[in-house]
Ligand binder design. Structure first.
Ligand code: 3PG
Ligand code: MG
Length: 400
């Protein structure tokens, strides 16, 4: 893979930099700027080499239409604050604003183009449509630096097709992400534990399948745990449940037993009357969820305190831990304990501790944990999972 070390002289050259600046927003307020912060080292490296830096990114899923709430303008503003320079912003991606902004760019200056996904070509299924859009992007650059690790699992115009059109190099973030994630797949120090949460089992099937033969323990919480509890024959009230995945979960439990891998499931659950921050709640045994005061309409919103402690013990005793997916609805204080206890234990691991991106990264920051307390907080949610699944990733393959 070509990296920044292989760059030719880029002084005065136009460098298109693909970042993943897809950050969570509350209106125009950025609630976690982790991905912007993680993009800074590559931007600074290019600026210091005198390049004209043209940053492209997606935000959200506007599906090829201009949707004001997905504008990258607040992101460009935040980037300017972090870089402590004026960052120019073009109000379109390949239109007049972009063209004139690129033409006016001086060496060492930074420009952000509007959301790539406002253009149907970015995410088009049709190879021709994507290529046509990539060609119009390519006109703005002499070369491409690809650094949007969070999106390398997508075969999209700016991630894949553009890199076929111009000389392409991986940025510092992609290098760092790969270095850390390779530490999880090549001779990880043992015990090796993986903590999985989040709402859907179906999002995690590939990774469970792939990791089962490779780890010592898998700890499961979050909304996905109820499908596992159902696989044990427990009633789960109105908790999240993927009925069509119960048999798959049974299969995983059987396979884990055969392989001698410990699957740690919660033994107690925080059950709520409804899905809201101020809902009444009670702690029940995991096999008696419907015996809470809310009966069959109770829904599990967090792992219970006994389970959180048990999870923390397994994590603390591990030398390598990967965590993806919150243990409960951490956005609501009453249901944040499981996630907080797991994050705390992870922050104290004496070894490699990796937080998979997306919700888990947002969770550790929302709960006030400094980034430095973990070996690495990935900027890729889906991307880090697919990496661990051993899947081919279009945005990385094209850089080989
Ligand atoms: C993400 O947040 O998962 C990445 O930015 C990729 O976005 P996507 O899942 O909408 O393709
Ligand atoms: Mg995603």
């Amino acid at each position: 893979m070509h990296t920044l070390k292989d760059l030719p002289d880029i002084s005065g050259k136009r460098v298109i930099l693909r970042c993943d600046l897809n950050v969570p927003l509350d209106g125009s307020k950025i609630t976690d700027d982790g991905r912007i912060v993680a993009s800074v080292p590559t931007i600074q490296a290019l600026v210091s080499k005198g390049a004209k830096v043209i940053i492209v990114s997606h935000l959200g899923r506007p599906d090829g239409a201009v949707v004001a709430k997905y504008s990258l303008e607040p992101v460009a503003k935040r980037l300017g604050e972090l870089l402590n320079v004026d960052v120019a912003f073009a109000t379109d991606t390949v239109g007049e604003s972009a063209a004139s902004s690129v033409a006016n760019l001086n060496a060492g200056q930074v420009l952000v183009l509007e959301n790539l996904r406002f253009n149907p070509g970015e995410t088009a299924k049709s190879d021709d449509e994507r290529l046509a859009f990539a060609k119009s992007l390519a006109e703005f650059g002499d070369l491409v630096v690809s650094d949007g690790f969070g999106v390398v699992h997508r075969k999209q115009a700016s991630v894949y097709d553009l890199e076929h059109l111009l000389p392409s190099f991986a940025g510092l973030l992609i290098e760092r992400e790969l270095h850390v994630l390779q530490g999880l797949t090549t001779n990880p120090e043992r015990p090796y534990s993986v903590v999985l949460g989040g709402s859907k089992v179906s999002d995690k099937l590939g990774v469970i399948d792939h990791l089962l033969p490779r780890v010592d323990s898998i700890l499961i919480g979050g909304g996905m745990v109820f499908t596992f509890l159902a696989a044990l024959g427990y009633k789960v009230g109105a908790s999240l449940l993927e009925i069509d995945q119960i048999d798959t979960c049974k299969g995983y439990l059987a396979k884990a037993e055969e392989l001698g891998v410990k699957v740690v499931l919660p033994t107690d659950i925080v059950v709520a009357a409804k899905f809201s921050a101020d809902a009444a709640f009670a702690v029940t045994a995991a096999d008696a969820i419907e015996s809470s005061p809310f009966g069959a309409s109770g829904l599990g919103l967090d792992i219970g305190p006994v389970s959180a402690k048990a999870f923390a013990e397994v994590i603390s005793a591990s030398k390598t831990v990967f965590w993806n997916g919150p243990m409960g609805v951490f956005e609501f204080e009453n249901f944040a304990n499981g996630t907080r206890v797991v994050a705390e234990a992870l922050s104290q691991v004496d070894g490699l501790s990796v937080v998979g991106g997306g919700d888990s990264a947002a969770a550790v920051r929302a709960l006030g944990f400094p980034d430095e307390h973990f070996s690495h907080i990935s900027t890729g949610g889906g991307a880090s999972l697919e990496f661990l699944e051993g899947k081919a990733m279009p945005g990385l393959e094209v850089l080989q």
